[in-house]
Design a protein around this ligand. Structure first.
Ligand code: LLP
Length: 427
């Protein structure tokens, strides 16, 4: 469910026509819907309501401080994975006591800064990191708090590049080793290890991998408790999938909750989640304009003003993003985004960007209504890992971000300038 719909034959974000934003802000740009963002945050909160979980929005998915502030005001915490993300979370008004910090390669400086601002907990990924955090906290005369990230060796059945909870990935401590680690580091002076963390992958379309992982870690917590370790919280990470292809593709979070709540209800420890994509994914689109059409061999290319530097997911993960004209021919106005839908009088095209690489595409072999120079296209479900993964490759200024709230919108990140491209080099 989201608030990007066709009304009067054209695409609206909430009550603002996308054409108006394109005219006034220019293309390409990212457009977010506040109502959609809040809808998904509240959906997770309500679905797991009986567990009263802490929800820490995974800031890596979509870090604009103006969007994060909206979530912080709703009580969201933040999952961060670098010093820069910690800074962002704080600039967005995030409560340090609700910030958790994961990542396999935290530097000493990043650890120091996080301890000094008083984050809730580190999600610790190795024995070496446990020792390092204890040492640094000691030097600061502070006590750090941490969870051990467990690698439960569960296959989330997603793209290899975003699978994180299998043994052969770099994340966490193997579950077989976990008890030994807790025993070995019992009673550290400057680090209190009170939690267990997992994050199995992203996006996860099936429920079973979560169920398997939760069964494994709750059994681990039982064993640890028997041995006298006190586990105060279990952080289940993020990964809930969203609808890229059609409205039925991803399970609503209520389905995940139905399966997981019986495994977690009544446990003597607190529950946390770190969703990113589920909250932000369908809350944003990439609005782009057709620059040219051309043929190449048997192919028809639609060249647009957004490229792989603006949205890298299609070429990096072969991800599917639904694309449709903002103002289609009346016979192609849709009330449902479905990858199976064939346009009337359409054509099969590659939607490509201006970058000097043949991997620069937003879609390949895609059935689309016929478009011409100047037409606007919406690339849907681009709110998570869209702008967040953008770069300046080919010296393309990064795009503006726009936030729609009802019938108004505002620019929440200005378009970068050419001077922005070189500013840090004026040394
Ligand atoms: N927690 C941890 C420790 C994570 O590493 C991640 C994502 C999340 C939470 C949030 O996952 P989410 O709920 O957003 O699925 N760039 C890829 C996704 C990489 C995800 C990395 N970690 C993509 O565009 O699909």
């Amino acid at each position: 469910m989201d608030y990007f719909n066709y009304k009067n034959g054209e695409l609206y974000c909430e009550d603002v026509p996308a054409t108006r934003i394109a005219q006034e802000v220019g293309t390409a740009c990212y457009v977010y819907s506040k109502a959609t963002l809040l809808h998904h945050f509240n959906q997770i909160k309500q679905a797991f309501g009986v567990l009263n979980p802490t929800i820490c929005f995974s800031i890596k998915s979509c870090g604009n401080i103006n969007l994060c502030r909206i979530l912080a005001e709703q009580g969201s915490g933040f999952d961060v994975t670098s010093g820069g993300e910690l800074y962002r979370a704080l600039q967005a008004g995030g409560d340090p006591k609700k910030i958790i910090y994961a990542g396999v390669g935290k530097t000493d400086q990043e650890i120091r800064d996080a301890i000094e601002v008083g984050i809730a907990a580190f999600n610790i990924e190795s024995e070496a990191e446990i020792e390092n955090i204890d040492r640094i906290a000691g030097e600061l005369g502070r006590q750090a708090i941490g969870a051990v990230r467990i690698n439960p060796d569960v296959d989330p059945k997603t793209h290899a590049k975003t699978t994180t909870g299998k043994k052969e990935t770099k994340f966490g401590v193997d579950i077989e080793r976990a008890e030994r680690v807790f025993d070995q580091y019992r009673g550290l002076k400057h680090l209190r290890i009170g939690g267990i963390h997992i994050h199995i992958g992203s996006p996860v379309y099936e429920i079973q991998p979560y169920v398997d992982a939760v069964k494994k870690v709750t059994a681990l917590i039982d064993r640890l408790t028997e041995k006298g370790h006190r586990i105060e919280w279990l952080d289940l990470g993020g990964g809930f999938a969203v609808n890229y292809k059609n409205p039925e593709q991803a399970k609503p979070v209520t389905e995940h909750a139905k399966a997981l709540i019986p495994l977690l209800k009544g446990k003597p420890y607190h529950i946390a989640f770190e969703p990113g994509r589920y909250i932000a994914g369908n809350a944003g689109i990439l609005l782009t304009k057709v620059l040219y059409r051309k043929t190449g061999g048997a192919k028809q290319f639609i060249i647009v003003d957004a490229g792989m530097n603006d949205l890298i997911r299609p070429t990096l993960y072969e991800s599917y993003h639904f694309i449709w004209p903002v103002k289609p021919d009346p016979k192609n106005v849709i009330d449902r985004r479905d990858s199976e839908r064939l346009p009337v009088d359409g054509e099969i095209v590659d939607v490509v960007g201006p970058i000097c690489e043949s991997g620069d595409y937003l879609a390949t072999e895609r059935a689309l209504p016929k478009t011409q120079r100047g037409d606007l296209l919406a690339v849907f479900t681009a709110g998570a890992y869209g702008f967040a993964m953008a770069s300046n490759y080919n010296n393309r200024p990064r795009l503006p971000e726009v936030l729609v709230d009802g019938d108004t919108y505002r620019i929440i990140r200005r378009r970068e300038t050419y001077e922005d491209l070189v500013a840090a080099e004026r040394v």
